[in-house]
Design a protein around this ligand. Structure first.
Ligand code: GLA
Ligand code: ZN
Length: 668
């Protein structure tokens, strides 16, 4: 029986006590306990200490640390230390070191610096995972297993070259099929056997390498990384089938297809590092992407920074209350944890300027320690109120990693292709209107949504075109955009005119696409009225059954449609031919929501974010004021209790600048 028996919000994070002496350890644990920390992750980077020479393990020091953590009644995720192999391994088996895209064999010294396909790496990683599993599986403090740390190295070594060819054999079967799928007749790039296929080692800013090959390579890296993860995860799972096994996903999420990777984990763990310059809605969207990767279920935020980072160009300290808002934002969007990197600031190394709960002074007499402690105290009071809670959304935004990669690998029509930022343009109005959003996989059941937005649905695969067609026929409202319906899953433009399989539903086809320089713009007009500006890309469309809702105001294509709609079956499909400025887009999306009676959670004024989760205990609303001014929210006729101070509220309420409210409906 463990000492924490009730479900609770995980609070704590990365602990690297192998850096400290016994006295510091004791002092740190007391400070962490007093701050409300209940969960630690360790020993992420201790492989060199745990296996100082091949097959000789030294675990006594760790046993002792785990004893001490347990003495403080805290729990922990045991991390396999396999993201940073010991020096002896790189020296003895150079195959474990990666080769970079320029073909340079890298030297030992970094972390996450191994070839994910190296048999020796996998052998040693499995070996230490086995020893750890056996030694620690029944420890009372164990909450689960954390595999390695932030996978994502791309390797171009000879072994990866060989493995890539095998992967292609599995995917395409014959060389003719590969040539066909890669359309190698272009530039005479046919290969006659699989061993002539080379890794795409040209740099990305040089478009000479076929983007289709790069796309397959990125798929291959994801699959190889999954194998690498599974290599350890299956051992840990076997030892304790009841405990979760997972890894932490890097905040830079593009590298690996997490829609493919996360289903191999028991829960998605991810590292949330918003930039000070981010719109607060941007990390909210990333949380929603993680929730989607985790199949809509709650996930874990495994890392956030309690203060400034060290790896940004200008590392701003977190403003008072900022950590709290960041933490609640994660909880609001589906996380059951609020974990931090790191517990105690290092004295040296790459991250000595990175924030920590315990600063270098070591005694907790800091603003950050106090803020974290207050947060810890609040989270403890919330108990399991919303743990496991889910969010029901009526609006979905289609999102896909391979679509992302393909769009950005492609040369033309513009160099400013930034899928994530572009998706965010469509997320932002919904976020601002307090409308919950699901990020939707192509494979999902679309019928549960009233409105679907599909930003730049360039790659058509998994029958997404047909599914969206059906969605509209059945009464759904779809909003599609420029760069839709171009390519199949091998990045071949096989559909004839764009938007390919969505041509009928949208009732138009795209004849040409103009690319605008950042300083250029066009206008969006209805009759004599100019609604606003547009830019980035301007499609010249030919209408079939659709009607123009607005037209361009300038250039030789003035008067041609820029916003269209098409009644189709029982629904309606909208198309926007150019990137609309925020106010025009928001107005348009508002209209679409209204047409399907999608209501915001609450109406609000000011920079307040509102989200909801629901579990067996009912609904919990999170109201986060990201602005510097008081915000107001209209709660309507219902009564709500603020779980943070037990005040009951109703009607129009005010939220102080930077404050957070956590509300539950009160039934009386
Ligand atoms: C990543 C890593 C951590 C640490 C933090 C610093 O997320 O997983 O080990 O380096 O960044 O921000
Ligand atoms: Zn390799």
């Amino acid at each position: 029986m463990s000492y924490i028996s009730k479900p609770y919000i995980l609070f704590g994070g990365d602990f690297n006590p192998e850096q400290w002496d016994r006295q510091t350890l004791e002092k740190d644990l007391l400070l962490l306990k007093n701050a409300g920390v209940n969960t630690l992750t360790l020993p992420v980077f201790a492989w060199a200490k745990m296996e100082p020479e091949e097959g000789r393990y030294e675990f006594d020091w760790l046993d002792e640390i785990l004893d001490r953590i347990e003495a403080y009644e805290m729990k922990y995720f045991l991390a396999t230390p396999t993201c940073a192999q010991p020096a002896w391994m790189s020296k003895k088996y150079p195959e474990v070191l990666p080769v970079d895209i320029a073909g340079r064999k890298r030297t030992h010294g970094m972390r996450v610096f191994f070839c994910y396909n190296s048999p020796k790496y996998r052998e040693r990683a499995a070996a230490i995972a086995t020893v750890m599993a056996e030694r620690y599986k029944f420890r009372k403090g164990l909450s689960g297993w954390h595999v390695a740390n932030e996978y994502g190295t791309y390797c171009y070594c000879e072994n990866c070259q060989k493995r890539f060819r095998q992967w292609l054999v599995e995917r395409y079967g014959t060389i003719n099929s590969l040539n066909e799928h890669w359309h190698t007749t272009f530039w005479g790039r046919q290969v006659y056997s699989f061993d002539e296929v080379m890794l795409p080692t040209e740099l990305n800013d040089d478009y000479r390498f076929n983007p289709t090959v790069q796309l397959d390579y990125m798929r291959f890296v994801t699959d190889s990384t999954i194998e690498c993860y599974e290599n350890e995860a299956r051992i840990l799972k076997k030892a304790r089938p009841d405990l979760p096994v997972f890894t932490n996903i890097s905040g830079y999420i593009k590298k690996l297809n997490q829609f493919k990777m996360v289903p191999h984990m028991d829960v998605a763990g991810w590292d949330n590092y918003p930039w000070p310059t981010d719109d607060p809605g941007f990390p909210a969207m990333k949380h929603d992407i993680m929730r989607a990767a985790n199949g809509g279920k709650s996930y874990y935020v495994m890392e956030q920074s309690p203060n400034q980072q060290n790896w940004q160009p200008y590392n701003k300290i977190k403003r008072p209350g900022e950590v709290r808002r960041i933490a609640y934002q994660g909880l609001a969007h589906g996380s059951d944890s609020s974990m931090f990197f790191q517990m105690h600031q290092s004295i040296a190394g790459q991250e000595k300027f990175h924030g920590a709960i315990i600063g270098r002074n070591g005694d907790g007499n800091t603003r950050i320690y106090r803020e974290i402690s207050e947060l810890g105290e609040e989270l403890a009071r919330l108990e399991d109120r919303f743990v496991g809670g889910r969010t029901q959304a009526e609006v979905g935004i289609l999102f896909d990693w391979e679509n992302w990669w393909a769009l950005e690998l492609t040369s033309g029509p513009t160099k400013d292709m930034d899928y994530l930022q572009e998706v965010f343009r469509y997320y932002k109005p919904l976020y601002d209107m307090n409308v919950p959003v699901d990020m939707v996989h192509y494979q999902d059941d679309l019928s549960k949504y009233k409105v679907l937005i599909a930003p730049m649905l360039y790659m058509m695969k998994d029958h997404i075109g047909e599914k969206l067609d059906q969605f509209v026929k059945d009464g759904g409202v779809l909003l599609a955009t420029y760069m839709t319906g171009y390519a199949d899953e091998n990045d071949r433009c096989v559909f004839g005119a764009y938007p390919g399989p969505l041509r009928k539903a949208l009732g138009l086809w795209v004849e040409e696409t103009d690319a605008l320089r950042p300083e250029e713009e066009n206008t969006v007009c209805i009759g004599d009225r100019t609604l606003g500006i547009c830019g980035f890309l301007c499609d010249l469309v030919q209408l079939e059954t659709a009607k123009a809702e607005a037209v361009y105001g300038q250039d030789f294509y003035a008067d041609r449609p820029v916003i269209t709609s098409n009644k189709y079956g029982r629904g309606r499909a909208w198309y926007i031919a150019s990137r609309l400025e925020y106010k025009v887009l928001k107005q348009l999306i508002k209209g679409l929501l209204k047409s399907r009676r999608v209501e915001p959670l609450f109406e609000s004024e000011g920079q307040v974010e509102i989200a909801v989760r629901e579990n067996k205990k009912g609904k919990t609303y999170f109201l986060i004021n990201h602005g510097n001014e008081t915000a107001s929210v209209d709660l309507g006729a219902g009564y709500y209790g603020n779980l943070l101070n037990h005040h009951t509220m109703q009607g129009e309420i005010f939220i102080a600048a930077g404050d957070v409210l956590v509300l539950m409906p009160v039934h009386n």
